[in-house]
Design a protein. Structure first.
Length: 133
């Protein structure tokens, strides 16, 4: 039963990280500079999941936050913007708020499913203790 709870907990932590990453993407939807102040569009972050294994057995969920280097920045014509290039275009992050919202909803549902699994596991444990008494 404790192994089950460990697996569920790792799933909760992974989905929380996914929600945090989505929030970071949304917060930086209009970021055109890096942390050093140079003109560079924020790169969207993605969370990938995999099975955490020990001795060939799945024992939880591993996650990794990666930068989306495959998509090009969104170019918007704004000649008066301080970060505009010589042609008057500003590079914005290629972040689609609708996609981020859907991803957040999916992560939230997965988090809720993990909570339901935890509650069910807890009830099974309580029933087993009642049977033993």
């Amino acid at each position: 039963m404790f192994k089950t709870i460990d697996i569920i907990t790792s799933g909760l932590v992974a989905q929380r990280q996914r929600l945090n990453t989505i929030a970071e993407n949304v917060a930086n939807v209009n970021t055109t500079r890096d942390k050093d102040g140079n003109a560079s569009a924020f790169q969207r972050r993605l969370v990938t999941f995999s099975a955490e294994k020990r001795n060939g057995k799945a024992v939880g969920v591993e996650f990794e936050v990666q930068k989306d280097t495959a998509s090009e920045p969104r170019r918007v014509l704004e000649p008066g913007h301080p970060d505009a290039d010589l042609e008057g275009y500003v590079n914005y992050p290629n972040i689609n708020l609708v996609t981020e919202f859907v991803n957040a909803l999916e992560a939230s549902r997965a988090y809720e499913a993990n909570i339901a699994a935890f509650n069910t596991t807890q009830q099974i444990g309580e029933m087993a203790l009642r049977i033993l008494n």
